[in-house]
Design a protein around this ligand. Structure first.
Ligand code: ATP
Ligand code: MG
Length: 258
């Protein structure tokens, strides 16, 4: 496959492989995400989905292959710098500060987005934090957590912790948002609220990559779906194309439905 530049491609993973010792977690994966789309990455446990997200965000270095973001190659760029380029990731387990209030949790990335993380100074929150606080409040309104913004994060339900983490990511105002199982551990009604929330955010044109096991979420949200199995891409297409693909049914959907 050739690597022709395409103007609407925001994220371009080209022939990425990752070995962990003798285990090949990713095997020659090419994965392109177009700007403004919701692109889901699905596959059975251990397929390599989280590993691919970690390669994209610079958390791990690929054994082979390359990743570029808006045409910029990301090799040798730190996760922090990649984040500053406009990429944010929601982790499989929520990464929040439990002892801080929700508002404080969201103020930190809001301040970092404005001033740059290296200049981040919490004392500024006390002196000229007004604007930042109202921006953080708006972000909490977006995810529906405005009613509990002065609560410490540790008191939140699992689903609300994930919403808070989403707010923390949104406060960075990313160009692309990567979500690793955003509805994991959520009750049915929380899952539905999250789908609605992700749809709302999409209307603003934010590009998203979603790793998700819940097929209702995947089919409801995605423009494009890529299916990984044992580290390799076995199918890619619209939800309808992927649903009918026998390889996918065999490798993934069959297993899920039992
Ligand atoms: N740091 C690591 N060291 C060694 N092996 C690893 C490491 N991270 C992942 N693996 C292995 O790589 C393979 C892919 O794992 P990965 O976490 O990417 O899968 P996944 O598709 O995200 O699975 P799940 O749906 O369970 O989250 C698995 O076999 C896993 O055990
Ligand atoms: Mg995973």
């Amino acid at each position: 496959m050739s690597q022709e530049p395409m103007s609407d491609v925001m994220l371009d993973c080209y022939q990425v492989s990752k070995n962990f010792g003798g285990l090949q977690a990713l095997d020659n994966v090419s994965f392109r995400v177009k700007e403004g789309t919701i692109h889901s990455l699905i596959g059975p446990n251990g397929a390599g989905k989280t590993t691919l997200l970690n390669v994209i965000t610079g958390m791990i270095t690929p054994t082979k292959g390359s990743v570029s973001f808006n045409g910029k190659p990301l090799g040798n760029i730190s996760p922090h710098e990649i984040n500053q380029l406009g990429m944010a990731k929601v982790f499989q387990t929520p990464a929040i500060f439990p002892e801080m209030t929700l508002l404080q949790n969201v103020c930190i990335p809001a301040l970092a987005a404005r001033d740059g993380a290296f200049k981040l100074n919490m004392f500024q929150l006390l002196s000229k934090g007004g604007q930042i606080e109202s921006f953080a409040e708006e972000t909490l309104v977006e995810v529906g957590l405005q009613g509990v913004m002065h609560k410490e994060a540790r008191f939140l339900s699992r689903g609300d912790k994930r919403r808070l983490e989403l707010a923390i990511c949104l406060a960075h105002r990313p160009k692309i948002l990567l979500l690793d199982e955003p509805t994991a551990g959520m009750a049915r009604h929380e899952t539905e609220q999250t789908i609605e929330l992700l749809r709302e955010i999409s209307k603003r044109g934010m590009t998203k990559v979603i790793v998700e096991h819940d097929m209702n979420v995947v089919f409801a949200l995605s423009d494009t779906i890529t299916v990984l199995a044992q580290g390799a891409v076995i199918a890619e297409g619209t939800p309808d194309e992927v649903k009918g693909n026998p390889k996918v049914i065999e490798a993934y959907l069959g297993e899920e439905q039992e």
